[in-house]
Design a protein around this ligand. Structure first.
Ligand SMILES: [Cu+2]
Length: 417
């Protein structure tokens, strides 16, 4: 039975054969661009690649996502192939409308049961993985992790088995032993953040007033990069972190050093002058354990009176880490940093534990930070707030230091290791 639209497809066919329509040009351009974008994502050295698990927790997730991705991919290809076939096979060529029927119970039931079965199987394995990832009873080491705008603080509570006899507070790099079930206890001091080291596990939100746990375990010594994955304000993109896995022996050395007593710089050195500047300018926010005032009293930082989140990084062992300001900047110059990052796992620990010295210090970025931190890391969308602080800052303020004070401070900071 013919109907009135019979001649329309003829016209369309003629049109598309004779010349390329602007619309199909756009389609082709968009597909080419899409392909380019997809290809651009094929990096061989991508430290945050979720397809390269480096520990049992991430492996558990990967073992789930590989087969599911394959099954979903096959189903997807079949569905697309059928759609393309149906579009081509039944396209309007002016043929009569076929006999109209309603329903096909056998087919409908089959097409409901097959996906339900696939999802049920995927579901069983997923639920099992969720429970395995939520285990806390086999924990061997606990590290408290606190997010704030825009850096992470690590606090190692006393654990005699690991030689941690006094709490260790650090930032930027989470140092952990390999082959150990580490449990992070996460919280936040301001807004919601999310902790994510793709090579070691999935994400876990850090929420104010709550403690969320996240298992981490690394198979090999090395540095595993990550970043905050819950939008948390202006410098969200600059809130990075690195997990550093050390052999158990190297971890013990790291622990011992973190608890080692403060070494005041020798009298008459530039570093000693830097210590005095530090006492004047910095100690109201930054704790350096064991640092004493000229009158012999311990200098205790009061970040809660000066910073909105109530905390600033503990700088006691600053030069034992490779990064600063939420792992946004390297403390090591590029060549020295490459040397650590690309070290064979057997040599990695010794290189990492060497810390930062004068020749390897990324002095430019550190000086720029001390000169004017908010210019290096955006802290306020509204610059007016930089001066109108109510006595409290969001991040590190611009302290208007002189270049000679910065010289002294850099010399002093280099002794903190
Ligand atoms: Cu964040």
């Amino acid at each position: 039975m013919n109907h009135e639209r019979t001649n329309v497809p003829e016209q369309r066919r003629g049109f598309s054969v004779n010349r390329v329509s602007p619309r199909s040009l756009i389609t082709r351009g968009a597909s080419a661009l899409g392909l380019l974008v997809v290809l651009a994502s094929c990096a061989t050295n991508a430290p945050q690649d979720t397809w390269q698990p480096k520990g049992p927790n991430a492996k558990l997730i990967d073992d789930l996502q590989q087969p599911v991705f394959a099954v979903a991919g096959i189903v997807g290809i079949i569905v697309f192939a059928v759609i393309v076939y149906v579009i081509w096979r039944y396209k309007d060529r002016g043929q009569p409308i076929p006999e109209q029927t309603h329903g096909k119970p056998a087919l409908e039931i089959t097409l409901t049961v097959i996906p339900a079965l696939i999802l049920a199987v995927v579901g069983v394995f997923t639920v099992r993985a969720i429970f395995d990832l939520a285990r806390t009873d086999d924990t061997e080491l606990v590290i408290n992790v606190t997010g704030q705008q825009w850096w992470w603080e690590y606090d190692y509570p006393v654990q005699n088995d690991w030689g941690i006899t006094q709490p260790i507070i650090s930032s930027g790099q989470l140092v952990m032993p390999v082959g150990t079930k580490v449990l992070l206890r996460e919280t936040s001091r301001d807004v919601i953040h999310s902790y994510w080291i793709p090579a070691l596990n999935g994400k876990r939100d850090a929420v104010p007033g709550r403690i969320h746990t996240l298992r981490l375990e690394a198979d090999e010594p090395g540095i595993y990069a990550g970043q905050c994955t819950e939008f948390c304000g202006l410098s969200h993109a600059n809130m990075r972190m690195e997990a550093v896995a050390l052999s158990k022996e190297d971890f013990a050395k790291w622990i011992a050093n973190q608890q080692a007593a403060y070494q005041a710089p020798a009298e008459g050195t530039l570093a000693k002058e830097g210590e005095a500047v530090f006492l004047n300018q910095c100690v109201r926010c930054h704790q350096v354990n064991g640092l004493k005032r000229p009158d012999g009293t311990l200098a205790i930082a009061a970040p809660d009176e000066n910073v909105w989140s109530g905390a600033a990084p503990n700088l006691s062992k600053l030069m034992t880490r490779n990064t600063f300001a939420g792992a946004m900047f390297d403390l090591l110059r590029a060549a020295c940093r490459d040397d650590v990052w690309k070290a064979e796992s057997a040599e990695f620990g010794a290189k990492y534990l060497a810390g930062v010295d004068e020749t390897c210090l990324n002095v430019n970025d550190l000086r720029a930070w001390l000169r004017n931190a908010p210019a290096e890391k955006p802290m306020y969308a509204n610059p007016a707030l930089l001066t109108e602080t109510n006595g409290k800052y969001r991040g590190m303020p611009n302290l208007g230091l002189s270049e000679s004070d910065i010289d002294k401070l850099v010399a002093y900071l280099l002794t903190l290791k």
